[in-house]
Write a protein that binds this ligand. Sequence first.
Ligand code: FCB
Length: 453
Amino acid sequence: MATKIIFPENFIWGAATSSYQIEGGWDKHGKGESIWDRFSHTPGKIHNGDTGDVANDHYRLWKKDIRIMKQIGLQAYRFSTSWPRILPKGRGKVNQKGLDFYSKLVDGLLEANIIPFVTLYHWDLPQMLQDEGGWEVRSTAEAFVEYTEAISKSLGDRVKNWITHNEPAVVAWAGNDSGEHAPGFKDLAKGVPVSHHLLLSHGWAVPIIRQHSPNSEVGITLNVGWRVPASNSSADLNAVREGDGKWTRWFTDPLYGRGYPADVVADFERQDTMPNSMSFIQNGDMKAISVPLDFLGVNYYNREVLRSGASDNGPQVVFSKPKTPENWTEMGWENYPEGLTGVLSRLYFDYKPLKMYVTENGASYSTPPDENNRVKDDLRIDYYRTHIAAVHRAIQAGVPMAGYFAWSLMDNFEWAKGYAQRFGLVWVDFETQKRILKDSAKWYRNVIRKNGF
Ligand code: FCB
């Protein structure tokens, strides 16, 4: 590559994981059951019957994992805390052992000179709260405040970067509308109030974090894909409006003080399942949700070329290029770096967040270790190189990017796809828990050292 790409000083390079995907120890030391424990223990829900019972055994091996982060030279590490590890019943009595685990992890990171970025909710709701209605009911948002209190009181002196929720759209729609994720409902009428209570809990949590963690920065992480129409037909253009409305604007608009987008409310009402026209919104909710944030986190993976559905199953993602490993990652997601520049620019120029991070970006390729235990994952390196260059182009366009987190530090439990999809910079042998730095990890180490390439 001829041109040099150098990032602004203070740009932060990190990698991300989440509690259920790596910790294991699902019932250790007083941890309560989460909806992902329940879901993965239900036959037929997860590819190959995989579960997160052991996963990367990070609950035991966290010191080793910090050493690996140091080897890669990470400046920051984004992880999530498990709500049922801290409040086994979702509210009420705190499990001190759960808090201690995260407290030690944070100390270990700081000692290694790695900045902790803590996500409070990366999908592992306490099952006991689900039994009372989960995010569909307002009391779960109230319980989230209790959980936020407990964790921010305990870590707030040392953790200065907080993310309330990871991808509320996926929680609402994959968990409650399409049903591929826990708790597995297929009901838009549940998904819509779920989305509202997620956003509300975010709005309520932000001031609590600020109270217990002075001089910290607080944000939220959204998944934002790049959607384009398969043709110029009005049906395809409408499919893009609809997809963007449901997956992006439904969240960004209220977060930035614009309320729920009217066109999407109309889409939902047309589907006839809408519970009593948004009656779950109470006075003051929209104000709480639009609390000013210090940053916006963006997870980006792919582009979707949309063709309007023949039935009311919604639009289809069509393949615009030949399916080669370069064009399609093993998740079946299109590799389209330009979309990342597009997404970052669009979010900034539309909503003007004070600053932004890419909180996740990466690719699933299962390239195994060769006979010398080397993982030559060139396709992943190409994916990272082109996407990091795309972040740089957004910076040149004026977008205030503050950092980039690779997804993921290591191969892990990829939700409904189990262990079949490998996103790691580090190879994990799930039988032996051996970790091997892939070529991409070594490549990323150089990017961090040079602050670019
Ligand atoms: C995102 C999730 C993350 C991981 C990646 C591949 O939607 O936030 O946990 O599964 O996808």
